[in-house]
Design a protein around this ligand. Structure first.
Ligand code: SAM
Length: 280
């Protein structure tokens, strides 16, 4: 019978968060597959874990994956860990878990720390429904495109972000989601300099801009979901046209012209133009 692959969470900063069952399993399995053996050996030393370590990441050669699979196939147990937190959550492990399931192994979780869940649990933003987006693209154009696709997402959004990109990302969020959207920056959770700041995106941006410390360490960014009405394609097109026309024309002129361009109702467009002109 094939062995079990245990997916074991490890601390995201504070070693006191290592769960006892995790220690027990890491001590008793036959092999530990770790993202970075050098980093993990420090953690294992702390807990007197002497189990053999092997490096594993999702770009590992097929040979390396098969090496781990062979251990499972002969009935031995393996634990998978990443550098910090829960494996597979913006971390390696997917290919190994998939392969282990395909060969009929039991894959069993040992839950524990996860930066996204830790941040969400203290953010004070709706947590009944949320989406985990992981890291946004690092290139500005691609990041902005990804954010545009998320601008009307009604669920709370969770992002991981690198400290050197946080300023640009929050600037893009202000631009695309609007300055007033509520958000939370959760930094260095469970560590000495744990900081959680909450407020409208524009306030967060001002704090990040004026305090270089807010651009350091490990960061989870949580953003309130879109709470306005979602427009139909037709309404969205009419609004787009109106917004362009209102730059140079009066409300009445913009509404008349928009009605001719989009085929929409003059009356409805007049009301819409009036509302847009008041919120500008
Ligand atoms: N698997 C991990 C987990 O369960 O959270 C995440 C790994 S991902 C490669 C690393 C990112 O997680 C960091 O860049 C940061 O965005 C977030 N992160 C990890 N530890 C954190 C902490 N202590 N405080 C805030 N964010 C953290």
């Amino acid at each position: 019978m094939a062995g079990t692959l245990f997916v074991v969470a490890t601390p995201i900063g504070n070693l006191g968060d290592m769960v006892p069952r995790g220690i027990d399993i890491l001590q008793t399995v036959d092999l530990i597959a770790a993202e970075d053996t050098r980093r993990s050996s420090q953690l294992l030393k702390q807990f007197n874990i002497l189990t053999e370590l092997i490096s594993y990441h999702d770009h590992s050669s097929l040979g390396r994956i098969e090496q781990v699979v062979a251990v499972l196939e002969r009935g031995d147990n393996v634990a998978l860990i990443s550098d910090a937190g829960t494996p597979l959550i913006s971390d390696p492990g997917y290919r190994l878990v998939r392969r282990a399931l395909d060969i009929g192994c039991t894959v069993s979780p040992v839950p524990g720390p996860c930066a996204a869940m830790a941040a969400l649990s203290v953010a004070g933003l709706p947590s009944d429904r949320f989406v985990f987006e992981g890291f946004l693209p690092s290139r500005a154009g691609q990041r902005q495109k990804a954010l545009m696709a998320l601008a009307k997402e009604p669920r709370t959004l969770i992002f991981y972000e690198a400290p050197h990109r946080i300023q640009d990302t929050v600037a893009d969020l202000c631009e695309i989601f609007g300055d007033d959207r509520e958000a939370v920056l959760a930094r260095e959770l469970t560590k000495t300099y744990e900081t959680i700041i909450a407020g409208p995106l524009a306030d967060l941006y001002a704090q990040i801009n004026s305090d270089a410390n807010q651009q350091r360490g490990e960061i989870v960014l949580i953003v309130h979901g879109f709470s306005g009405a979602v427009l139909s394609d037709e309404d969205a097109e009419q609004e787009r046209v109106l917004k362009i026309l209102l730059v140079d024309l009066s409300v009445k002129q913009a509404a008349n012209l928009a009605a001719r361009i989009t085929g929409g109702s003059k009356n409805k467009l007049y009301q819409q133009a009036l509302m847009l002109s008041q919120t500008r």
